[in-house]
Design a protein around this ligand. Structure first.
Ligand code: ACO
Length: 428
């Protein structure tokens, strides 16, 4: 913490407020005493200038396009690490030794099965239900099955429920897919890696042996790594807010999944691929660019722009490389990739996008890879939720372990009617 102070004159009074420094990133003005001292609140809808917590997990420099997990750049983690290792890092703060990684992976593997009764939940959904609707329901229902790990004041309970959530998410996600295509659920196979197991549960069928394609497993694992955490985004803040009341972790993660579903957040990967399909061929791009620039048209380029990144999203860079690797491994081509590359090129050379600092985000290329692997668009956000669970859980744990943690309770600027007397129905 620095000795810096900020002063504010409001309502005829000048007050000093501490300015706190983190290890990197902008300082923050600590306004916690503002209301007591001035009778005023701050006003910041959308939290564009508000830090809601302190956190040692993830750092983003949006102007420079930097993303660090516990200090390690996302590019290095995507290239050299694995989703299990990054999960350990996010949860524990340091990279594991090989023994620690083996032990962590073993623990996660041992929690991959679901209570058999949960399978009946799926049968209550329509076959054409969006898999994110199923995810919200089934993940929320986990708290009805794992009572023995919901005492949030007990660190052992928190650890077990964290492991359960990370481990069961691939099983739940794969079952959502299987249900939608009318195939039998495939049970987890503990011989496989976290990601290999997920691929088998999704694409395997009991009638045949399933061979995990190493290049696909690697690409999928990297996609999970790229989505593992992203500091105080909308869904993570939702998880923290839900958790701040003392709600159990399964309920909190279900809340995060609901928030992630929106097209301005995790739903953008589905929306981005749908948009590329709608555009179709490069000759139609300009028409859509013009629509995105038109103030009277609600259309936006999906997979473009970000609240924090005002530069190329470093995850989008890795995604673009991964598209090429997956295409080469599966020997496929997708003309939509050419359309996406050309769209990026045209948008980045257009002053509208340059002035507003709108660049491709992680969702711009992810749909092309996921589609090549065989996922329907409705599953894209589910995969995001699967990977982000580790970030949500790490952030939730960090919050609950903080002795100064309080219930999250924003204030408001009230603009409704002032007090008035009730008029009986007969007199209205
Ligand atoms: N296409 C066209 N114009 C855009 C786009 C876009 N994708 N994104 C922002 N703009 C314009 C806005 O119209 C606005 O213009 P104005 O200043 O003239 O009014 C300006 O850029 C700023 O946009 P805001 O919506 O105010 O920025 P905000 O930080 O609130 O929104 C968001 C960020 C929601 C991501 C936005 O860029 C967007 O809607 N993008 C498309 C959806 C998307 O790809 N979401 C994924 C985000 S990444 C993730 O969640 C994993």
């Amino acid at each position: 913490m620095s000795d810096n102070q900020a002063s504010l004159t409001a309502g005829g009074k000048t007050i000093d407020m501490p300015v706190n420094s983190g290890t990197i990133g902008p300082d923050v003005i600590d306004i916690r005493k503002l209301y007591a001292q001035t009778g005023m609140f701050t006003y910041d809808p959308g939290f564009t200038s508000t830090a809601s917590c302190d956190s040692a997990i993830t750092y983003i420099d949006g102007d420079e396009g930097v993303l660090l997990h516990r200090g390690y750049p996302i590019g290095q983690l995507a290239e050299h690490s694995s989703f299990m290792e990054v999960s350990y890092l996010l949860l524990n703060g340091e990279l594991p030794s090989s023994g620690e990684l083996a032990e962590f992976s073993r623990t996660i593997t041992r929690h991959t099965m679901l209570h058999e009764q949960l399978a009946t939940f799926y049968r209550g959904f329509r076959r054409d239900a969006h898999p994110m609707a199923i995810m919200c329901g089934v993940v929320g229902a986990l708290s009805a099955f794992y009572h023995d790990s919901t005492d949030i004041a007990d660190p052992t309970h928190r650890k077990i429920s964290s492991h359960r959530l990370i481990a069961k998410m691939p099983t739940i996600a794969a079952m959502a897919y299987k249900y939608s295509v009318g195939q039998p659920f495939v049970y987890p196979d503990n011989k496989l890696s976290y990601t290999g197991n997920f691929l088998k549960m999704t694409f395997g069928v009991p009638a045949e042996e399933y061979e995990v394609v190493p290049a696909v497993e690697k690409a999928m694992d990297r996609i999970f790594t790229l989505h593992a955490d992203h500091e105080q985004n909308a869904s993570t803040s939702t998880v923290r807010l839900a958790g701040s009341s003392g709600a159990n972790p399964f309920a909190c993660i279900a809340a995060g999944i609901a928030c992630l579903w929106g097209p301005a957040h995790g739903g953008a990967n589905e929306a981005a691929l749908n948009m590329l399909k709608e555009i179709g061929t490069p000759d139609k791009i300009q028409h859509y660019i013009d629509r995105a620039k038109d103030k009277n048209d609600p259309f936006r380029l999906m997979g473009f722009g970000h609240r924090v990144y005002k530069n190329y999203d470093p995850r989008a860079t890795v995604m673009q490389t991964t598209v090429r690797e997956v295409f080469a491994a599966l020997n496929v081509q997708d003309p939509l990739f050419e359309t996406a590359l050309r769209l990026e090129e045209i948008a980045l050379s257009d002053p509208y996008f340059a002035e507003k600092k709108l660049f491709p985000n992680v969702d711009f290329y992810s749909g092309i890879i996921l589609s090549a692997i065989g996922f329907p668009t409705t599953m894209f956000t589910v995969l995001f939720a699967l990977a982000r669970t580790v970030g949500w859980v790490a952030q939730w744990n960090e919050m609950i372990s903080d002795p100064g943690q309080k219930i999250g309770r924003p204030r408001q600027l009230y603009t409704g009617p002032t007090q008035r007397d009730y008029i009986p129905l007969s007199e209205r």
